[in-house]
Structure formats: structure tokens, C-alpha cells
Design a protein around this ligand. Structure first.
Ligand code: PLP
Length: 367
């Protein structure tokens, strides 16, 4: 691998293929795979990731918002795209670009039907979301008759899938709750199918659902974090490979004497001789201020260098007193080692936040 010459997010498509195949190996051959590529494919590069997954013949893609789906269509993605949280103001555009909305309450269902009729659609594919305990988005069980009566009134839309989302699939202490969500979803979908007279696809599992609840894979699974290399457990993290590696370089090295300070607000005060390195990455790049003052670290020549002082907008300073390195050397923020989940733990967050937080000004590079 050539060494980084600036701050760069490397995206490893081989790792993506490995993760996709590993997750697929957990499924029955007739269970469909929906790849979640929202939020720039978890901070990597949604177009490149989606193009590659389309080549691997993924069944479905999902994004959160309409503009994310439009970007995929502009990049030549032809697979069906589920929009998890569309806003009514974008429904005309959504239809123009053949994106499929998740509809989760009466208001949004009626707003969508109105636009679909106005746009003279017939059997436009939609997805009905039920709330089974996350209490975020979704119809409840008692809405079934209302939904099916609305659907019966119009030929403009047709339900492609019925789905729900698990609240704690990664937490085996919450197994009882998760099983209750799965049961409740099964009852709801059975009643929906009876009332509709046809059977849409059923899905409830995210990545941890795939790994922990094989009995709940149903017709399709929705995986995000697993594709990018994280399984929400140490055991599963070993079976997956991180897709993204965030690298930087050393811009400058300073020799600091006892009593001198480093960075804004003079937050770090040295109590002895110290060597520091300044790196071209800061809070505007996704390294939040909480990583400063000795909490977070980077890796230089396989050694840990603590972030000292306050994180600046475009830079951090790290302690390299005991590291043999020079200006221009490569720095690893996260990747294979340390993983983004280890990096995340230094400030009590999770891999999801770290990888989605890498700002768009950092160059993406396919490797
Ligand atoms: C983000 C999201 C997923 C993906 O979850 P992972 O834990 O990343 O696999 C699946 N379903 C819904 C509704 C989501 O919002």
C-alpha cells in the first residue's frame, strides 16, 4: 500500500466484498439482501459502494433521504432504492427518480397517495413501516384496517414490503424484548397480508439482527454497519473487515520544553521535555473536541500517540516523545488497527458515529 501523503479515507472494496459474502452466508438462499448506504455509505462513498454492491448483485439499497437516492440514480444505480425517512416536500422528485418511500403514519401515507395520483402513477412501489417497540417511526397494529382501506381506495400505489426495526438487536440482555418485537411484527404482517390479499416482502433485521436472530431473517434483511466491517461484538468484529481506513501525515514536529504549552487556550502544559507532531486533521474533519486533552490517540509506526491539548478545526497535536518518526510519516487514525470501534471507545461513542463523522472535505480513495 503506498503511504498516505495527505489526510485520506481509503476505501477497501475487497473488504466490502468479504463482509457482503460473510453476511450473505448467514442467510437462506432465498432471503434478499438490502444494503443500507445512507449517510454516504456510513461515511465512506455511497456512489462507489452502491456501484460495487450492484455489481455483486445486491437485491435492494436503502438511504435515509431523497437527495441521497437522487445521488445514487445520478451515479447510474438501477437497483431498487428504499428511502427510509422521506419528506413529503420531495415526493415528486422521489417518483421521478424511481425511489421507493417508507411510509410510517397516516399523514405521510395520504400525502404520498395524493402525489402518486397527481403524477398518474399505478401500483407505485411503497413500503409500510410498523413500530414494534423502537418508538421512532412506524404505524401501530391498530392502524392496519386504516392502511388497507386507504390502499384499497387507490390503484396508484402497491405495497412492496412491510417492515419494522429492532431497538436492541446487538444487546443479548434485551433478547426477551427483541423476541417480543419479532413476534409482534409477525402478527402484524399476518394481519396485513390477510387484509391486503397479497404478500409483500417482510423484513425486520439489521446487521445485529442477522447475526443474533437467524429465525427472524424473513424475506429480506437490511444491513449497514456489517457491510462496513463492524458486527457490534468483539466476536463478530473478527469475522468482518473494516472498509474505511482514515490516514493522515505528520506536518511538523516540535520540541517542547518544560512549562511550555501546546494549542489553543494553552490547554496542555508540559511538565518536562516533549516531542509533538501536528497533523492536518481536526474537528471539521470529524475528530471532535472530545478526543482532545489525552482522550483520543492516533497510531504512528505502530505506536500510540495521544492527542494533546484542544482539537483545532483543521489540526491536532499528538505526543510523539517515545516514537521514532519524522515529518511526512504516515499516521493511522483508524482502520484495521486500531479499528473505528476501538477509536470510538476512547470517547464513549460507537463505530457508527466515528465512521459517519468523517467530513466530506477528506479525499476518498478506492484501494
Ligand atoms: C440504518 C438502518 C439500518 C441498518 O442498521 P445497521 O445496524 O447499520 O445494520 C437498518 N434499518 C433501518 C430502518 C435503519 O435506519
Amino acid at each position: 500500500m503506498p503511504k498516505a501523503q495527505e489526510t485520506v479515507l481509503e476505501i477497501n472494496l475487497k473488504a466490502l466484498k468479504h463482509n457482503f459474502e460473510y453476511l450473505k452466508s448467514k442467510l437462506n438462499t432465498n432471503t434478499k439482501f438490502l444494503a443500507v448506504v445512507k449517510a454516504f455509505a456510513y461515511g465512506s462513498d455511497a456512489c462507489e459502494i452502491a456501484k460495487y454492491l450492484q455489481k455483486l448483485d445486491v437485491d435492494y439499497l436503502a438511504v435515509a433521504y431523497v437527495n441521497e437516492g437522487v445521488a445514487l440514480r445520478n451515479a447510474g444505480i438501477t437497483k431498487p432504492i428504499l428511502v427510509l425517512h422521506p419528506q413529503a416536500v420531495n415526493f415528486k422528485l422521489l417518483i421521478e427518480r424511481c425511489l421507493e418511500p417508507s411510509l410510517y403514519n397516516a399523514k405521510i401515507l395520504n400525502e404520498f397517495i395524493a402525489v402518486a395520483q397527481q403524477e398518474k402513477q399505478t401500483s407505485y412501489p411503497i413500503h409500510i413501516k410498523f413500530n414494534t417497540g423502537l418508538n421512532r417511526l412506524g404505524f401501530c397494529e391498530k392502524d392496519i384496517d386504516y392502511i388497507t382501506s386507504k390502499i384499497a381506495e387507490t390503484s396508484s400505489i402497491k405495497i412492496s414490503s412491510i417492515f419494522s426495526h429492532l431497538a436492541a438487536s446487538e444487546d443479548l440482555n434485551e433478547k426477551e424484548f427483541t423476541l417480543k418485537q419479532i413476534e409482534s411484527f409477525k402478527t402484524i404482517s399476518k394481519n396485513m397480508i390477510e387484509s391486503l390479499g397479497y404478500k409483500p416482502l417482510l423484513h425486520i433485521c439489521n446487521t445485529s439482527g442477522i447475526l443474533n436472530y437467524p429465525e427472524a431473517h424473513l424475506d429480506m434483511v437490511r444491513s449497514g454497519i456489517g457491510l462496513y466491517g463492524f458486527g457490534n461484538s468483539e466476536k463478530e468484529n473478527k469475522n468482518l473487515k473494516p472498509v474505511a481506513t482514515l490516514k493522515s501525515i505528520i506536518s511538523q514536529i516540535h520540541h517542547i520544553e518544560k512549562g511550555e504549552t501546546v494549542g489553543y487556550n494553552r490547554a496542555f502544559k508540559s511538565d518536562g521535555f516533549l516531542k509533538t507532531a501536528t497533523l492536518p486533521i481536526g474537528h471539521a474533519d470529524g475528530i471532535g473536541r472530545q478526543y482532545g486533552n489525552g482522550n483520543g490517540f492516533v497510531t504512528i509506526n505502530n505506536k500510540k500517540a495521544l492527542i494533546i491539548g484542544n482539537v483545532c478545526m483543521d489540526m491536532i497535536m499528538v505526543n510523539i516523545t517515545n516514537i521514532d518518526c519524522k515529518e511526512g510519516d504516515e499516521v493511522i487514525i483508524f482502520g484495521e488497527k486500531p479499528s473505528a470501534s476501538i477509536f470510538a471507545q476512547t470517547v464513549n461513542t460507537i463505530s457508527y458515529e466515528v465512521i459517519t463523522g468523517v467530513s466530506q472535505r477528506i479525499k476518498r480513495k478506492l484501494v
